[in-house]
Design a protein around this ligand. Sequence first.
Ligand SMILES: NC(=O)c1ccc[n+]([C@@H]2O[C@H](COP(=O)([O-])OP(=O)(O)OC[C@H]3O[C@@H](n4cnc5c(N)ncnc54)[C@H](O)[C@@H]3O)[C@@H](O)[C@H]2O)c1
Length: 253
Amino acid sequence: MDRVKGKVCVVTGAARGLGLAAAEALLAQGGKVLLTDVDAKTGAAEAKRLGANARFCVQDVTDVAQWSQVLDLAVSEFGRLDVLVNNAGIAHILDVETVTLAQWQKLLDINLTGVFLGTQAAIARMKAQGGAIVNIASIEGLLGDGGLPAYNAAKGGVRIFTRSAAIHVARSGYKIRINNVCPGFADTQMVSGALATLQPEIAQQFAEKTLARIPMGRFASPSEIAAAVLFLASDESSYVTGSDLVVDGGMTA
Ligand SMILES: NC(=O)c1ccc[n+]([C@@H]2O[C@H](COP(=O)([O-])OP(=O)(O)OC[C@H]3O[C@@H](n4cnc5c(N)ncnc54)[C@H](O)[C@@H]3O)[C@@H](O)[C@H]2O)c1
C-alpha cells in the first residue's frame, strides 16, 4: 500500500481513461495526486470521489502559462513535486491524404508539445530534489498505421524526446528519471470514440483485425496500464531511465 508513499504526483488528462486509472493507482499506493484535465466537471467530480489526497485543476497541456500554475499548485497544496505523468492526449483516424494541417497541428500540440512543456516545467521544479516523469507514448509510436499518421508522428516523437530529456537530466546530475509507457489498445473512450467516427462495419472489421493481432486476445484494462505507470513513478525503477515499457498483450512481440 505504500509503493509511492508521500510522493506528490501530477497526472494530466486524468478526468477519465488511463489518466484516471493512473491517479487511482498512485493514490492507492500512498501518493498525493493533482489530477488535471480540460474537462472541468468530470475532473472535479472524480477528484472529490478519490478523497483527501486528491485535488483537481483545469489545465490545457498546450498552454505554457498553465503549466507553471499547475506545478506551483501541486507544491502549494502538497509541499513538493515528485512525479509527473504526461498522459493527456487525443486521437483521430485520418490518413495522410485526408488529415488537414489544422487537425495535424492540434494533435501534435496536445500529444507531443504538451509532453515537452510538462517535462521542461517539471525538470525546473524537480532538479534540486529529484523526481520521476512518466510519458504516455504508445505502440503507435513504434509501428506505423495507415490511418494514424499524426498520432504515429506524435507518439514516435514522445518516445525519442523522452530519451533525449532522460540523457540530459542524468548527465546533468539531477536525480530525475524520465521514461515512456507504450500501451497497446486499452478499453477507453479514446478507442471507442475513434471507432465511432468510422462506418459501423468498417469499425467492426478494424476491431476484429486488431484483436486478432493481439496474442493475449483482448484489449488492456486501464488498471493494467496504470500498473506500469506506478512502477516507473516509484523508486522500484530507480535504475530505469530513457526506456519504453511496452504494455500491449504481446501485440508488438
Ligand atoms: N486507450 C488506448 O488504447 C491508448 C493506447 C496507447 C496510448 N494511449 C494514450 O494514453 C493517453 C490517455 O488515453 P485514454 O485512452 O485514456 O484517452 P481518453 O480520451 O479516454 O482520455 C484522455 C483525457 O485527456 C483529456 N485531454 C484532451 N485534450 C487535453 C488537453 N489539451 N489538455 C488536458 N487534457 C486533455 C481529455 O479531456 C480526457 O479526459 C493518451 O496520451 C493516449 O494517446 C491510449
